[in-house]
Design a protein. Structure first.
Length: 146
């Protein structure tokens, strides 16, 4: 559960950090290579190799669209970290799903992930977390207990 929560936190953190440095389409495309790698690893058909090559070419074209303008090396690394974490998330979710009833494992893992990123969120949010409209939004969110 700890590993699943840590991977979940790392996946989301690295993706959102990548978005600060890359265009949305590029970040999403690169992150999608994680699930693609899992699918390819589980595939046994030769034709799937062609689809992988086409998907890889699409990633390169999106990353290079318009030259290197708007492409940041740290953003590419962060998007690749998010991709690797998404691949691990998929594999771990299968194991957690077999171990825990219903969505209990996911709920525990998300709690762990929240605790991991909470200090960074508080530091980054700073005094803004105390603004009345922010507090009001949290208190009426659909996820708040009633």
């Amino acid at each position: 559960m700890l590993l699943f929560g840590l991977i979940s936190a790392a996946m989301n953190w690295s993706f959102y950090e990548a978005l600060h440095r890359l265009p949305l389409g590029v970040a999403v495309t690169i992150e999608f290579t994680g699930p693609l790698a899992v699918a390819v690893a589980g595939s046994r058909r030769l034709l799937d190799g062609l689809w992988v090559l086409l998907a890889g070419a699409g990633v390169v074209l999106l990353a290079l669209r318009g030259g290197h303008h708007g492409i940041h090396a740290a953003g590419l690394v962060l998007a690749l970290v998010a991709a690797a974490c998404w691949a691990m998330y998929i594999l771990l979710s299968q194991r957690v799903g077999r171990t825990f009833a219903q969505l209990d494992g996911l709920a525990i893992a998300l709690g762990v992930g929240t605790l991991v990123v909470l200090p960074a969120g508080i530091i980054q949010g700073g005094d803004a977390l105390l603004l009345p409209h922010v507090v009001a939004a949290v208190s009426v969110s659909p996820c708040s207990p009633r």
